[in-house]
Write a protein that binds this ligand. Sequence first.
Ligand code: SAH
Length: 230
Amino acid sequence: MYRAGWMDCHTPEELSGVGMTSQRTRNRMVERLMAAGIRQPRVLEALAEAPRHLFLDEALAHRAYEDTSLPLGLGQTLSQPWVVARMSELIVQAAPERVLEIGTGSGYQTLILARLVARVWSVERIAALQNRARQRLARLGAGNVRLRHADGGLGWPQAAPFDAILLTACASQLPQALLEQLKDGGVLIAPLADSDGRQWLTRVRRRGQAFDHQRLEEVRFVPLLEGVIR
Ligand code: SAH
């Protein structure tokens, strides 16, 4: 259904891109990700298929398949493909069905999640970004995604609990609401800042009321902020 959606709403040329946005360029990006240690076949496949160039302003589309973060507008950034792949790999390892994402941004990571799990809920605090992401995801036929314009620090109580939660903005302390909305045995993946302001990709596992933190790679994300922008 998902692939049919792509074909319904975009011309094959738009989808596959040309030149710097071509399938060949995308495949080279995936080869670089493999060389950089990404192994999960489903994640690699999702990144090989997802048209990242459609998540950027036209002026930046030619850089879509470089392994670099790129500006989304409104001071936010689209994470570099390696980081998206790594976080997706950590999510897939937990084999979740229901995933909550905080920080929809462009919707690119949301699209990758939609390819990997049964249902995705994603929250964004900036209305303009959320609207654009909604249009893109609808055009790409991602029917298993629900989007909301809200403060993601409050989670999505009506859809909780979640098997996994992914934050794509950096917190120094995890919002209590998110921990409460994680299923027992569930996994939360987030960039967390230490007291020196360095950010670490962190895997948090819930066991009853205990939350085990495992620090992984050093990363760089925009901050998780409170409130919404209309
Ligand atoms: N995953 C995104 C990356 C976006 S950058 C992508 O693939 O494009 C992080 C995003 O988190 C920004 O859009 C920012 O507005 C959003 N954000 C920050 N704090 C938030 C909060 N409390 N609730 C929801 N979104 C938040």
